[in-house]
Each structure stands twice: as structure tokens, then as C-alpha cells.
Design a protein around this ligand. Structure first.
Ligand code: HEM
Length: 488
């Protein structure tokens, strides 16, 4: 009674803080709708609140969606807010890589990736892989589905596409997930497991999941099996990569990683983990974003028309060339052709605002500090930054913050993209650890979305339940059933 009264008086929508068990029951009860619940709580509590786990668990959280705090944590005082040891333990499969390390070692890994991801030869290889997969995998599949009016799971399709186009430049070998036989995608499923069990570990006191790991039960058993699958895949692909002729080997990203960092041997555990992280960085992000993009587009025909209007001048030039060569009627757009298309980019950013693939960032406090919001933080406390909630705050995006409206990213005349600071739009992170693959990701997504939107009308099947999975990434729990029709 007292707790209820205290809660209503002080914080209208604060998660219930029970004696002994803390806020754990509230968390578990709302887990199915976690991100939306968190958004409401943050919106009604001025973008910040503190939470705690069960007594003696040591779990103390500060949750924020305030850009000034984000700037302080990620940029001005970032050395005081590492990912921390708990995070590295939770994601031990990525041990020793850029995903889990902080400080000087993190800076060195970042410099290595920066070097690799700015190599024009590799960028050209990534762009041509993406185009090949669109031409030979995605469009033929959609044409078949359209001509037979068959429904299909867009998330599964995108998972296959992005898995192939991420792995091919890394190993120089196409795993062929998006091929006519549509083979089982157990490696992609294993990668999903890393993120699902990652969330489970985040919500439990560490001692709980460590005991489960030792006993090899529950989610920990599933994780151990997923690790075995992933390691076997990396071994097999590396073998296939080595079996190709020596001069071609120089063309793949795995070799770039080795030559950029001589301490990483070809068969080393660290190399294996770095390769896994590369697969995750490319696949989990673009692969998670695109189904939401198609979901938003299918429900917003006006936006689809605006994208087609922007593509039309390029497509008409291509149509003339195609007619004279009498090749297939589908049109594919190259990265150079879509680079300057601002409306298409705004449509992607708007989807990322509402559905960021990584909905939460986690940091730990090294030394006691005071945030710009006035909140005091103690050493050892964990900070959760809800990127999902930040994209839906009325105080940041206005009254129509829940509406999918790409125009908010454009200048008055629609000719340019507006500047939006990265501490307000956090999908690609902010500060010195900002995403290194942003431009690559945007270019890949433009190629894929332009090809689909130009050649097909899309429809989301009515009556399906659209909700995020319980995972560290914002995948759709039940997939996304769609139908397409090839345009005249
Ligand atoms: C929609 C696409 C993408 C989104 C939204 C995205 C988002 C992010 C975010 C939020 C982080 C910070 C992660 C963290 O430290 O907790 C990050 C880091 C990173 N991303 Fe991306 N990413 C995308 C695509 C890519 C792609 C395609 C690549 C590689 C080709 C890539 C490479 C990286 C790397 C290397 C880092 C580590 C940077 C560092 O820690 O210093 N990303 N990305």
C-alpha cells in the first residue's frame, strides 16, 4: 500500500519497486512489451529514472533518453563510461574484439577497422556483392512470389540476403543462403541465439546465468550449441577461403584483418572472434533494419510514391538501355546512382529512428559523477540508454513523434538532408565509438530498397502480430508476412 502510494505520488508511471525483489517482477511482467513500456516510463519521468534489481544482486540501473546526458556519457566524459567487464562477460563469444573492449585496446581495434573499411578495393567488392545478390537472388525470388501471388516472410528473405552479402566479402565465398534451394539457415539462427541469450544474461544477476552455464541448462545450453555451430561455420569458410587460389585470397576481408594486425594469426581464436564480430556488425544491423523499412513502406504508399519519383529519372535512362538490349524488365540501381538520393535516405533514417536495430546501449560508471540532468551516479552503477525511446520522445521529435514521416529529415525545399546531431539520433551510436560502417550500410540499404520499391508493389498481410523479439536486437518476433506484385 505504502509502495503504491509512494509510487503514484512521486512518479506517475514508475516501475513498481517491490521490497527484496526490487523492479525485477515489473521487468519480467512487461518483457513482451519492454521497449514501449520503457518509452512511456521515460516520457513521463522527464527522460530519466533509476531502477534496481533484487536485494544483494548488486543490480542498480540509471535509465536515460536525454540527449544532454548522452553527449556527456558518450563524448565529453566517455572515458568514465566504458562498456565494462559485465558486458564483456555477457558477450564472451566476442571476447577480445572491438565489440567488448574499451580504452586504448578499443582505440587500436577501431583504427584497424577504420583502415580496413575505408579500403576502396574492399568497398568496391562489397558493393558488387550486394548488387549481385540483388540481381541473382532477391529480385528473382520476388518475381516468383509475385507471379504466383505467394505470401512469404520478408524477415527470413532479408536474413538470407544480408547473411550472404556480409559473408561473401569476408571469406571470398558465397554461403548461398539466398539461393533457389533456400537451404536451412542454422548459422543465422545461431547468431540470433547470441543476441537472445545476451538479453537473458543482461536481465539476470550474473551468478544465475553462470550457474546455468556450468550446469549446461536452459538458454545457456542453447547458447553453447549456437557457439559450436558458429565456430564450425567460421572454420569451414576459412578453409574454403584458403582453398581458393593465392592471389584471390588477397581480395577478402579476412586477409585484410590478418595483415592489419599481425598478432592475429590465421587460426587464432582472436581471428575467429573478430570474424564473428564482422558478421554481426554487418548482418544483425542491416538485416534487422530492412524488414522494418519494408513494413513502414508497405503501410505508407505516399512515401513509396515519393521514392519512385526520385528514382524515375535514373530508371528511365536505364529503361532505354534495357529496351535496346531487350534484357529482363527489372531495374537495378547502382550505389553511385542512389548516393545523392535524399528522400530515399530520409525514408531509411526515419525507419531507423522508430526501429533502431540496437534498441539499448549499456555503459558502466567508473568514478562518481553528476550528469547534465543533475542526476548523481555512483561508481559501479549501470547506465541503460534507450535508443528506442529516444526516437519516440515528443520532446525531441514533436507531437507526431510516432508517425513515420521521412520529410522531418529534409530541408524545407526537400533538396537536402537536415543536420540531426547524433546524440539525438543514436541508431549509429555517437561520440568516439560511433559506427564505422554507416556509409556502407546506407549504400547497401539504398541498393536493396530502391530495387524492391521500383520493381514491386508491396503489401503487409493483415492480422499478423507485429512485435519485437526478446533479444538485444530489434528483430520481429513472428517475422513479417508480405505479398508483392511486379509493377508494369
Ligand atoms: C543499419 C546499419 C547499422 C547500424 C544501425 C549500426 C549501428 C552501430 C552501433 C549502434 C554501434 C555501436 C555498438 C556498440 O558499441 O555498442 C556500431 C558500431 C560499429 N559498427 Fe555499425 N551499424 C550498422 C552497420 C554496420 C556495418 C554494415 C558495418 C561494417 C561493414 C558496421 C561496423 C561497425 C563497427 C566496426 C563498429 C564498432 C565501432 C567501435 O566500437 O569503435 N556497422 N554500429
Amino acid at each position: 500500500m505504502y509502495i503504491k502510494f509512494w509510487r503514484l505520488r512521486n512518479y506517475p508511471l514508475y516501475p513498481m519497486d517491490w521490497p527484496v525483489v526490487g523492479m525485477l517482477p515489473s521487468l519480467v511482467a512487461n518483457l513482451h512489451n519492454f521497449h514501449d513500456e520503457l518509452t512511456v516510463v521515460l516520457a513521463t519521468n522527464g527522460c530519466n529514472f533509476k531502477a534496481r534489481g533484487p536485494v544483494a544482486s548488486g543490480m542498480r540501473f540509471f535509465v536515460t533518453a536525454e540527449p544532454a546526458n548522452v553527449r556527456h556519457i558518450f563524448t565529453s566524459n566517455h572515458a568514465n563510461y566504458p562498456k565494462g567487464e559485465d558486458f564483456a562477460e555477457i558477450f564472451d563469444i566476442f571476447s577480445g574484439t572491438i565489440f567488448t573492449i574499451d580504452g586504448e585496446a578499443g582505440r587500436q581495434h577501431r583504427a584497424m577497422f577504420q583502415n580496413i573499411l575505408s579500403n576502396p578495393r574492399l568497398l568496391a567488392l562489397m558493393a558488387s556483392c550486394c548488387r549481385d545478390k540483388v540481381v541473382n537472388g532477391l529480385l528473382p525470388f520476388l518475381t516468383r512470389m509475385g507471379s504466383t501471388r505467394t505470401t512469404f516472410d520478408m524477415q527470413d528473405l532479408i536474413t538470407r540476403l544480408v547473411f550472404d552479402l556480409t559473408a561473401t566479402p569476408i571469406f571470398g565465398v558465397d554461403p548461398g543462403c539466398l539461393s533457389i534451394s533456400m537451404p536451412s539457415i542454422h548459422v543465422a539462427t545461431a547468431m540470433d541465439t547470441f543476441m537472445e541469450v545476451g538479453l537473458f544474461r543482461h536481465t539476470m544477476p550474473a551468478c544465475f546465468w553462470k550457474v546455468m552455464r556450468r550446469l549446461n541448462i536452459g538458454p545457456e545450453r542453447k547458447l553453447a550449441m549456437a557457439e559450436t555451430v558458429m565456430h564450425a561455420f567460421i572454420r569451414e569458410m576459412t578453409e574454403k577461403s584458403k582453398a581458393r587460389c593465392a592471389d584471390l585470397l588477397d581480395d577478402v576481408l579476412a586477409m585484410d584483418i590478418i595483415s592489419a594486425n599481425p598478432s592475429v594469426g590465421r587460426d587464432d581464436v582472436l581471428l575467429r572472434n573478430v570474424l564473428i564480430v564482422h558478421m554481426i556488425a554487418g548482418r544483425d544491423t542491416v538485416g534487422t533494419t530492412l524488414p522494418w523499412v519494408f513494413y513502414n513502406l508497405a503501410r505508407n504508399p505516399r512515401v513509396v510514391s515519393c521514392i519512385r519519383k526520385e528514382l524515375a529519372p535514373i530508371a528511365s535512362l536505364k529503361a532505354t538501355a534495357l529496351a535496346s538490349n531487350s534484357i529482363s524488365s527489372v531495374v537495378v540501381f547502382d550505389p553511385k546512382e542512389t548516393e545523392h538520393l535524399v528522400y530515399l535516405q530520409a525514408a531509411l533514417l526515419e525507419s531507423l529512428r522508430l526501429y533502431p536495430p540496437g534498441p539499448i546501449e549499456r555503459k558502466v560508471v567508473l568514478a562518481d559523477d553528476v550528469l547534465p540532468s543533475g542526476h548523481q551516479l555512483c561508481s559501479g552503477e549501470t547506465i541503460l540508454i534507450s535508443i528506442y525511446a529516444m526516437g519516440r520522445m515528443e520532446s525531441l521529435w514533436g507531437k507526431d513523434c510516432h508517425v513515420y514521416r521521412p520529410e522531418r529529415w529534409l530541408s524545407e525545399d526537400g533538396a537536402k538532408l537536415r543536420y540531426v546531431p547524433s546524440n539525438k539520433f543514436m541508431a549509429f551510436n555517437t561520440g568516439p565509438r560511433m559506427c564505422l560502417g554507416k556509409d556502407i550500410a546506407i549504400a547497401q540499404m539504398k541498393t536493396i530498397v530502391a530495387a524492391v520499391v521500383w520493381n514491386f508493389d508491396m503489401e503487409v498481410l493483415e492480422g499478423q502480430s507485429i512485435e519485437p523479439k526478446l533479444s538485444c536486437i530489434l528483430q520481429l518476433k513472428n517475422g513479417l508476412m508480405m505479398m508483392v506484385k511486379q509493377r508494369e
